[in-house]
Ligand binder design. Structure first.
Ligand code: GDD
Ligand code: MN
Length: 344
């Protein structure tokens, strides 16, 4: 197993961590790789001079956590790749279990959020941030739905599960492995996450922003489409309501205009976000073909809404809402094939 430890200003922590790795791994077959970005506090010297042999990769300047881990992966010789923080938040005493579990599972996650885990030393804000970001990932990315700690910084995986073309930006290397990797079994091990021993966390507001981008990047197009649809629904109903009750228009006219407004709204969002501008044609052509492909859904929607209102005497907004649901499924199926060329 190759144990990869990215470091930036972790001198004191590393002084304690390396011997503890040595005594917990004992005679298991492993190597330690410290990837240090020329820390001003001389972290690399500790790694080089300690009694535990560690290989050290020194990079000329601070270039981010994920890219440090990727450089570590590249240099690693082990069949199992393991990543951990240097700051003693991740107890090295768990390493042998990670090692053993990695013999029968593709990915082994030291997890802060399974039964038996505990989390100490974090403010309520940091906890909420962590929980929220995990929830978002599980909501938006179907493949990680069953996993509790998708953003753990402490994990091991079999080398052959590593995807090619990983993104060196950001902090969330595990999330990328889980989304793009070739794994079939995963297990989470409980552990006690302890407070940082010394030094400061490197996680800042920019990390959080880049995480959000990463999650949105990895999310499935169907879920993005559904979110856009949900927003479009609100736009549609709000428009209908205003035209009916503020402007006093008749149901059919208001329904038709509301549908068109929400169509334009959805086209814009799907173009920019859901399908990332992978248009089959220019803007005008795409807009036209979006209308054509949605025409069945729109017709379904308009007719349902009108019938419910006229024949059953249902209230306008409610009729429109039921119409929207009927039209939605038809729309997704047609847009994905005919306006964009998303082929998953
Ligand atoms: N080489 C290098 N370059 N190492 C870095 C860099 C960098 O730019 N930035 C951070 N590190 C090192 C730190 O020195 C530490 O050993 C480890 O990466 C994690 O950084 P922390 O500053 O301790 O991050 P954290 O504890 O706030 O975040 C942890 O929890 C996150 C989930 O909430 C990490 O484990 C993350 O990986 C994890 O996603
Ligand atoms: Mn940490």
């Amino acid at each position: 197993m190759s144990i990869i430890i990215p470091t930036y200003n972790e001198r004191e922590n590393l002084e304690e961590l390396l011997p503890r790795i040595g005594s917990s791994m004992m005679d298991l077959d492993y190597e330690v790789i410290v990837v240090d970005d020329s820390s001003p506090d001389g972290t690399a010297d500790v790694a080089l001079s300690g009694e535990l042999p560690a290989r050290v990769i020194i990079r000329p300047e601070r270039s981010g956590l994920s890219s440090a881990v990727l450089d570590g992966f590249r240099a690693a010789r082990g069949d199992i790749l393991c990543v951990m923080d240097a700051d003693l938040q991740h107890p090295p005493e768990l390493l042998p279990e990670l090692y053993r579990m990695a013999l029968s599972y593709d990915v082994v996650i030291a997890s802060r959020y399974v039964k038996g885990s505990s989390l100490e030393g974090w403010s309520l804000f940091r906890k909420l941030l962590s929980k929220g970001s995990i929830l978002l990932a599980r909501l938006l990315i179907p493949r990680v739905r069953g996993i509790r700690d998708t953003s753990s910084g402490y994990f091991a995986l079999r080398r052959e599960c590593l995807p090619d073309g990983m993104n060196p930006r950001g902090f969330k290397i595990l999330l990328e492995v889980l989304v793009k990797g070739n794994w079939s079994s995963v297990i989470e091990l409980p552990y006690a996450f302890s407070p940082r021993r010394s030094g400061r966390s490197k996680l800042g507001i920019r990390t959080i922003a880049s995480y959000l981008l990463q999650v949105l990047e990895l999310s499935s197009p169907f879920l993005r489409f559904a979110l856009v649809g949900a927003m479009g629904t609100l736009v549609n109903l709000l428009s209908l309501w205003s035209m009916r009750y503020l402007l006093g228009l008749g149901h059919e006219l208001a329904s038709a205009i509301a549908i068109e407004i929400s169509l334009m709204n959805n086209f814009m969002l799907n173009d920019l976000w859901t399908f990332r501008r992978k248009r089959r044609g220019g803007l005008a052509r795409s807009l036209l073909s979006y209308h054509v492909t949605n025409s069945m859904g729109v017709a379904t929607q308009f007719v349902t809404s009108a019938l419910l209102h006229r024949l059953l005497g249902l209230e306008s907004v409610i009729s429109q809402f039921v119409g929207i649901i009927f039209g939605f499924i038809v729309n997704y199926l047609m847009s994905r094939r005919l306006v964009w060329w998303w082929d998953e």
